[in-house]
Ligand binder design. Structure first.
Ligand code: PLP
Length: 403
């Protein structure tokens, strides 16, 4: 059992008001709010241990470097990576996918194929389209059915002798679908094809173990798991990372530089050009401690109950249609009511103090699938509660009456 009131007290923003009403924050899939310990970790480091990392012999630089490398170890333990050398700090999931598309992608040739799915976030579509434009690599797309489940038979048929990578979301940010990623990875591996997992929407909600999944790359964003913005993670299989060329050039990632020849650092540093966001990396480690302190068993059970409760309450509303009804579903409910425009619904809910997301959710192919321009999305964290879901349901009904 989670002590939600106690948890909520650790997030100062949750006790603020908007338009004179208590804030009901249901936009957690976009970004989560930050607990005091995370904000204080950042402040504390700027006050006591701030210096550029890796370059200095002086005390502060060594302290900052230690915190960064401890954070790498913490992330490595969190996703059960075989070694912290396989943890690359990025700005977020988007940069991690771009890194793989640019670096692993540079080793592909015209006519090679990458498999993605119809339910991807744009950050797992556009980098591959750019690769297509640069190098003629083709995209193959796994369709999903109206319940929001991937068509696994179609997936199996997409493999050819030119398939070089599969890159898919673990959990859809619109439909909430938890894809059967382990089975999808094992199928790809039967064809000798590596798999990249976009774990942006899974890592905050349940335990993700890269060795158990046997994935080849995995990406997530710190800000979706209670850490600051501007920090994210790319995990990679050692043999692949070692073969891959650097992604960006600059300081930190080189071994020696001359005008004749430059040699690069080993992994992970050859992928981390420039000053990293070392303060956010340390705060990410603090956020992971915070989440582990609550415990994923409790988080998962609670969030599943809350999502089921929300689904039940919203389903009762006349004319409300929920998008995404897969068997395995995570803490997201996307919907439309009658022909009320998603923006009108979102704007009027906002006036009631309820923050939901509206629009295409950076997944326009999902909108196209259902023939809609946008949806309203409520997404949950363990700090949300049933009273907030009730307020959402009441709010939706109030808005519906106005139309
Ligand atoms: N992938 C998924 C499934 C997402 O939901 C998001 C963000 O919403 C991203 C990738 C991109 O994350 P970021 O903007 O933090 O790079």
């Amino acid at each position: 059992m989670l002590d939600i009131n106690n948890i909520r007290e650790q997030f100062p923003i949750l006790s603020t008001q908007v338009y004179g009403r208590p804030l009901i924050y249901l936009d957690n899939a976009a970004t989560t709010q930050k607990p005091r310990c995370v904000v204080e970790a950042e402040r504390e480091q700027y006050y006591t241990a701030n210096a550029n990392v890796h370059r200095g012999v002086h005390y502060l630089s060594q302290q900052a470097t230690d915190l960064l490398e401890q954070a790498r170890q913490r992330v490595s333990r969190f996703i059960n990576a075989p070694s912290e050398q396989q943890i690359i700090f990025t700005r977020g999931t988007t940069e991690a996918v771009n890194l793989v598309a640019a670096s692993y992608g540079s080793m592909l040739s015209e006519g090679d194929e990458v498999i993605i799915s119809e339910m991807e976030h744009h950050s797992n579509i556009v980098p591959w389209q750019l690769l297509h434009e640069r190098q003629g690599v083709k995209l193959r797309v796994i369709p999903f059915n109206d319940r929001g489940e991937l068509d696994l038979q179609a997936y199996a048929r997409l493999f050819t002798e030119r398939t070089r990578l599969v890159s898919i979301a673990h959990v859809s940010n619109v439909l909430g679908t938890v894809n059967p990623i382990r089975d999808m990875i094992s199928l790809a591996h039967r064809y000798g094809v590596p798999v990249m997992v976009d774990a942006a929407q899974s890592v905050p909600h349940f335990r993700v173990d890269v060795q158990d999944l046997d994935c080849d790359f995995l990406a997530f964003s710190g800000h979706k798991i209670y850490a600051p913005t501007g920090i994210g993670v790319l995990y990679g299989r050692r043999s692949l990372l070692e073969q891959m060329p650097p992604y960006q050039g600059g300081g930190e990632m080189i071994s020696t530089v001359s005008f004749d020849k430059t040699t690069f650092e080993g992994i992970p540093y050859k992928f981390e050009a420039g000053t990293p966001n070392y303060v956010a990396a340390h705060a990410l480690a603090v956020a992971l401690d915070f989440v582990d302190g609550i415990g994923f068993d409790a988080i998962y059970t609670y969030e599943q109950q809350l999502t089921a409760y929300a689904t039940e309450q919203l389903s009762r509303i006349t004319g409300l249609r929920i998008f995404g009804q897969s068997e395995q579903k995570d803490a997201v409910v996307s919907f439309l009511v009658g022909d009320i425009h998603h923006l009108d619904m979102g704007t009027l809910l906002d006036r009631l103090g309820i923050a939901v997301r509206t629009g295409h959710h950076c997944a326009q192919p999902v909108m196209t699938h259902y023939g809609v321009e946008g949806m309203v999305r409520a997404s949950f964290s363990f700090y949300n509660n049933e009273a907030e879901v009730d307020a959402l349901a009441e709010g939706i009904q109030r808005v519906a009456k106005m139309f």
